[in-house]
Design a protein around this ligand. Sequence first.
Ligand SMILES: C[S@@+](CC[C@H](N)C(=O)[O-])C[C@H]1O[C@@H](n2cnc3c(N)ncnc32)[C@H](O)[C@@H]1O
Length: 348
Amino acid sequence: MNLKKPVIIIDGFAGPGLFEDQSRGSPLIICNAVKDALSKNLRARQKLRVVCIEKDKEIFAKLESNLKHFEFASAKHGSFIDFADKIALVAKTHSLFLYVDPFTVRGLVWEELDRIYSSLDSGSSVEVLLNLNSQSFIREALSVLKTDLSGMDDETSGDEQVIGDTQIATLNSIAGGTWWKELILEGLDFPSTITEFSRRYCERMKRRFAEVVFHPIKAKPHHTVAKYDLVFGTRHVDGLKLMNDEMVKSRRELADMALPKEPTLFEVRSEELVPDVHRLPQIILDITVIPSTRKEVMAAVVKSHFCEFHQTEIRRCIATLLATNQLKSDSSSSRINDETKIWTTKSL
Ligand SMILES: C[S@@+](CC[C@H](N)C(=O)[O-])C[C@H]1O[C@@H](n2cnc3c(N)ncnc32)[C@H](O)[C@@H]1O
């Protein structure tokens, strides 16, 4: 770990850290990961801090107690929004990783978040991972605009995150404008409206971050709409690649857990859980119609298929395509590096 600036990780909606069933919540997951990292690099000790914010008094008491063994971590009592100014300030001197996981979209106030994101202008490094409950937003928006709800996905109705009485002003404050109304009026089907909301939300974040991607998290493989979308914003494509690989790893762990007890002839797990790696060669061939460096191709695959393929898989697939003459390179040897240009030999 080579840290130029001190790093601060902020869990903005922390929860207790440890749930009743003894499973770890995000504060403890983060703190244990930091502890591991520090055990490998003691010099980073002065440069890493974790701050967890929790509004509920009782939950805060649990959080404080659960964090007391981590000397680099502190618990703060209060609303995330009350800390927005301090976070914006700290982002000017620290590399900031912000995790935002409210129960409902109501916790996401665009302007408050954007105040923090705007610290990017000072040259700071800010990365954000947020749970965007687009389903809850769109349900609310549909009901506020009294749009026909027929054709809605019944499996997910009754979700505790549905909010009953949100007013248009609240929806505007979450979305950072009135643009969501146009989306509702486009009359797309329910799943497409949700996906489109997340996509346009990410587009807006691109005013502050070079790279913004989202990944749908579904409660059950057969659901047609995501329970929520994980949105990740970073200034650097390298941050995107790192997050991609980490998310692929945890998706694989989930896929392993979902393995059927008895062996089956065909893959029975969903495509989201087990993306079909056989699609990868064509994805790469489509991208390399324009000659590009391997680094650019890897970035393009990660951006267009976030959380589907690990970089090792992409690199290996490029090597196979070169070996089978489906790709050409400007390298004189068979070994290539990130700067080597590659292109497909197949015409469009
Ligand atoms: C979804 S839970 C967080 C779970 C946690 N990220 C985890 O994975 O263990 C949201 C938490 O945020 C707290 N909360 C709700 N509104 C808040 C706010 N405005 N500021 C800070 N915390 C808030 C809730 O009390 C709840 O404990």
